[in-house]
Design a binder for this molecule. Structure first.
Ligand code: 13P
Ligand code: SF4
Length: 330
């Protein structure tokens, strides 16, 4: 660690006390940002943490929709994001106008939005969900009710497969980082690392075929010894949220794990499990938005109290219903 980094970390710690602030960081954040965080987790854990903190200020080291979610849940707190440009390619695949038009085509449907959506979109939905509870949320909806699931098509296809639901309509959105993790890449790695366990985020472009080849992994970390049609490859594949991956990495006896999600998660995985080997499925799986949050920007965020993320009251009220319904199911 160089001198500048040490000084910045000390200054951040001082300002945090002075401002009565808490730093929440997503699992994909840069290592040095994770180091100054009070709490690191996936979208669900971060929203739960935001809901339970006593701090007056939340510095959200993640992308914009996550900071918006914290602001919706905690309207009395000041929620800051160190860079307003930290967006999400998946959240941008659907606008509120597109959603309204889609709902008109299916007036009886229950709408379930992934947390990777803008506050406007959440406000139009019945339920919110994250990758760790999407299956649970959809299962809680009466079977005769059609479901509109948005905006991730790979997560949507995964949920449809696990729940065996036929009346689920899926928005054709994708995340540019995870969509690039294709079945051919995973099959290649499966052949190369036959002794490894595979952790796959359900946003990945390979999810649909992998579920077909190897079973659904029950979405809760259970090991599937599949051989299906996966070109004769027998392997252990699990579909998990980023925090699900973290938990699984701790509890498994496997010594080698292949990780199919954004590479930022490897820092924490390696730190918490020094006796295990973690191999990224692709070193190109980098979310440029997550990496916009640097240590320097976290420092400036606390120093200048920028950039505040505030959702208009009426939008927040409606979006909160969808989020609270999700938290209640969880
Ligand atoms: P998690 O909720 O699994 O952390 O996923 C959030 C995300 O943006 C994945 O790309
Ligand atoms: Fe959005 Fe994809 Fe980045 Fe996750 S990895 S924040 S879904 S762009």
């Amino acid at each position: 660690m160089d001198r500048v980094e040490v000084d910045l970390k000390q200054e951040i710690a001082r300002l945090k006390r002075e401002r009565d602030a808490v730093i929440l960081a997503h699992n994909y954040q840069l290592p040095e940002v994770q180091d100054v965080a009070d709490f690191i987790g996936d979208s669900l854990a971060l929203s739960q943490k935001a809901a339970s903190t006593d701090a007056k200020v939340i510095v959200f080291c993640g992308v914009h929709f996550m900071a918006e979610t914290a602001s919706i849940i905690c309207p009395d707190k000041r929620v800051l994001i160190p860079d307003l440009e930290a967006g999400c390619s998946l959240a941008s695949t659907i606008t509120v106008e597109q959603l309204r038009a889609w709902k008109k085509e299916h007036p009886d449907a229950v709408t379930v939005c992934y947390i990777n959506t803008s506050a406007d979109v959440k406000a139009e939905c019945d339920y919110c969900c994250t990758s760790s509870n999407a299956v649970k949320v959809v299962k809680s909806i009466p079977e005769d009710k059609p479901v509109l699931f948005l905006p991730d098509m790979f997560l949507g296809a995964y949920v449809a497969e696990v729940t065996k639901r036929k009346n689920i309509y899926i928005w054709p959105g994708e995340c540019h980082v995870h969509a690039g993790i294709r079945p051919s890449l995973v099959l290649e790695m499966l052949k190369t690392y036959r002794d490894a366990e595979f952790l796959i985020h359900p946003e990945c472009g390979c999810t649909t075929s992998m579920v077909y080849y190897f079973g659904n992994g029950n979405g809760n970390g259970c090991v599937v010894n599949g051989n299906g049609n996966g070109n004769g490859i027998s392997c252990n594949v699990k579909f998990l949220s980023t925090e699900g991956m973290m938990k699984y990495a701790r509890q498994t006896s496997a010594k080698r794990l292949i990780v199919a999600t954004e590479v930022g998660i490897l820092y924490r995985m390696r730190k918490e499990n020094p006796d295990k080997e973690f191999i990224p499925i692709s070193s190109d799986a980098v979310c440029k938005y997550m990496k916009m949050i640097t240590l320097d920007k976290v420092y400036r965020s606390l120093r200048d109290m920028v950039y505040e993320v505030k959702v208009p009251e009426e939008t927040a009220r409606r979006a909160r219903r969808a989020i609270e319904r999700m938290l209640a199911i969880n």
